[in-house]
Design a protein around this ligand. Sequence first.
Ligand SMILES: [Ca+2]
Ligand SMILES: [Ca+2]
Ligand SMILES: [Ca+2]
Ligand SMILES: [Ca+2]
Ligand SMILES: [Cu+2]
Length: 363
Amino acid sequence: MFARRILGTLLLTSLPTAPAAFAATVNVTVANFTFTPRDVTIQPGDTVTWTNAGGFHNVVSDDGTTFTNGAPSSAAWTYSFTFTAAGSFPYHCAVHGALGGVGMSGAVQVSVPGDFSLDAKPDILWRNQATGDNVVWFMNGTTLNGGQVLTAVPDTSWTIAGTADFNFDAKTDILWRNQTSGANLVWFMNGATLASGALLTPVADVNWQIAATGDFNADGSRDILWRNQATGDNVVWFMSGVTLAGGAVLPTVADVNWRVGGVGDFNADGQPDILWRNQATGDNVVWFMNGTSIAGGAVLTAVADVNWTIAGVGDFNADGKPDILWRNPAAGDIVWLMNGTAIASGVVLPAVNDPSWRIGGPR
Ligand SMILES: [Ca+2]
Ligand SMILES: [Ca+2]
Ligand SMILES: [Ca+2]
Ligand SMILES: [Ca+2]
Ligand SMILES: [Cu+2]
């Protein structure tokens, strides 16, 4: 039924011409014998721009070939490089640093959020909220291509709240929130293997839920979007790795039927936008963000059947445009491959009818 409606929408809608993909830019300041921020985590297609704010410096990748701005200079130079491939790209200043993180050095980590198989494609992370089992589906685009059982977390107070790189190693980590104690935790992952972890600042009021993650202030650290499901308040935590470094209050959405479905750059301006779904009306809306300010918005195709929830946002077909993952335990799950805010096509995934299985990412 739902799939048929998607097809109908596809056939009846002439797709608008999408803007050229314009990915995010992260700025690094070069001054005081330091690159600031030293570590950044970005997605394929994103750009890093270095600006010399004082001193005799340059930028050269440790491998000597991927990128360099040329000879050291005390001019007020600016240099940009767009990272198309996933991976770790350490770099240094040839005058004041050296290979391997010595002296004046930094690193750019490029990864696809929600990628646990390290193929630069988002996978689907599942948690069973009845048993505490966790499983990742390795996806090849929208095709299920194997999977792996992760460490179980029998305490079902823990929910999976996000999937992104929080420790600057170009590998997606798992953000957890305990909906009883208010504790927050990141599992640092090595692919689909738990390597270590870190506690984040707790939030005792469990009306606050982690809605999604995204780099809202373009500093190369993934930030955390919170929504209070009692008051409708919305807040972004600006993170520095796993350290809370600041925050911003977003407009309140008092009607708590509106849930955040995910974060992605739906208008291709390089800034993460916020996808909303109203679980009473079935309406879907995107806020186009300028940092943490609303700069505009768009209405997406409504899905009147509120048994459908938005389970994640990720670029499943690697075209640089965020796609939308829908879950309905009664029907089977669907990926909307998006062209901006228009549905380009819909793909039906293998059905998981047990509603205890929740999708934890990509988000
Ligand atoms: Ca990581
Ligand atoms: Ca950030
Ligand atoms: Ca945007
Ligand atoms: Ca896509
Ligand atoms: Cu230098």
